[in-house]
Structure formats: structure tokens, C-alpha cells
Design a protein around this ligand. Structure first.
Ligand code: FES
Length: 69
């Protein structure tokens, strides 16, 4: 995670940049993002923030390729 990145999931140390990158690659559910990044795999308190990022990126970039990971 970059020093200027914003932490989304403290438990798994996953930042906004990583979540955004994965959403743009086609991982558009919390469950899928959990599988590929580990985010939201413990306390679960980051779920709303992850869902908000998914919604933002889905609106900004509606056409995505199929997930490869
Ligand atoms: S903050 Fe993401 S699982 Fe705890």
C-alpha cells in the first residue's frame, strides 16, 4: 500500500487504491474482493466502504472485462 493511500480494510491492510484497481479489473462484489485481496475477511466493519467504492467505480466505469483472478 502506498503511503498516501487511504486504508479501507484495517484488518487486512488493504487500501482504496487496491480496491479500486480490483474493481476496475471486474471484481465487483464484496465477496469477490474478499477472495482476491483478503479485504473484509475478519471483523467485517469495512463492508460499507467497500460497497461504496464498488458503486463509485461501477458508475464511473460501467464496462469491465471478466475477472481473471
Ligand atoms: S476492517 Fe476489514 S475486515 Fe476488519
Amino acid at each position: 500500500m502506498n503511503d498516501d493511500d487511504v486504508v479501507v480494510c484495517v484488518c487486512a491492510d488493504v487500501g482504496e487504491d487496491e480496491i479500486t484497481r480490483l474493481v476496475r479489473c471486474g471484481h465487483r462484489t464484496v465477496e469477490d474482493l474478499r477472495r482476491v485481496s483478503g479485504a473484509n475477511s475478519r471483523c467485517g466493519s469495512c463492508r460499507d466502504d467497500i460497497e461504496e467504492l464498488i458503486a463509485q467505480e461501477t458508475t464511473a466505469h460501467p464496462a469491465v472485462p471478466s475477472p481473471v483472478a
